[in-house]
Design a protein around this ligand. Structure first.
Ligand SMILES: Cc1cc2nc3c(=O)[nH]c(=O)nc-3n(C[C@H](O)[C@H](O)[C@H](O)COP(=O)(O)O)c2cc1C
Length: 209
């Protein structure tokens, strides 16, 4: 069993998608051969396709951008269907978002599902991960524990489906951590980031003209 994992976060490194994928790989363990690749804004779709074309299944991991997937991933899916380059594969999707509620990612997971219906691929399950911004702070928490318990359980279920080339129902999961504390932490992070980049906290709410 070969699974191609396509990380479509626009970040070149340290993405939350990458951290979530590392938990997924813990569950995949040695059950399948993994091909890791990155899909970014300026990459050649041909190169990515050549890397993943021999895999039995593909998994797309991406962040939620304005309630959907990043545009370069949408373009890649369109390019594949226009060129009739993918059919009959098992396709999985993991979309993480900044909002606390994983269900925010439902539309972005459904885009992959509808693409599968159109192209003759088999949509085999998705996970919508809420609170993606917390993953960096949770790096030292062991897989399956603490605030990651429910998310990692859903990742374990999709890993099992991947390893057996089967289909599982999509799940939308939140952190096991109070929403108001996540909001305080996330706001603090924005404040830190804007100061680091030479701005002021009050600029965060400023209307651009
Ligand atoms: C341009 C942009 C748009 C975003 N839109 C949303 C959104 O609509 N809903 C949401 O919950 N998070 C949104 N986010 C937050 C990201 O989904 C979140 O930071 C995610 O964890 C990033 O994942 P990554 O590190 O794998 O790229 C947005 C972030 C950016 C930069």
């Amino acid at each position: 069993m070969k699974i191609a994992i396509i990380n479509a976060s626009p970040k070149t490194r340290n993405s939350n998608s990458e951290l979530i994928l590392s938990d997924l790989k813990h569950y995949l363990n040695d059950q399948c051969e993994i091909i890791d690749t990155k899909l970014s804004y300026n990459c050649a779709f041909n190169r990515v396709y050549n890397e993943v074309k021999d895999a039995d299944s593909w998994l797309f991991a991406y962040p939620l951008y304005v309630d959907n997937m990043p545009s370069h991933l949408l373009k890649f899916l369109e390019w594949l269907s226009d060129n009739k380059l993918s059919t009959k594969r098992n396709i999985y999707a993991i979309c993480n978002c900044g909002f606390y509620e994983g269900v925010q990612a439902e539309c972005a997971i459904n885009v992959v599902k509808f693409w599968c219906n159109k192209t003759g691929n088999v949509f085999s399950g998705g996970v919508g991960v809420g609170g993606g911004e917390a993953f960096d702070a949770l790096k030292s928490v062991p897989v399956g524990y603490g605030p990651k318990t429910s998310i990692d359980k859903a990742l374990g279920t999709i890993a099992q489906a991947i390893a057996t080339k089967s289909t599982t129902s999509s799940k939308f999961v939140n952190l096991d951590y109070p929403r108001f504390l996540y909001k305080i932490g996330a706001t603090g992070r924005w404040h830190k980031l804007i100061r680091k980049n030479g701005g002021k906290v009050k600029d965060l709410g400023r209307q651009l003209t």
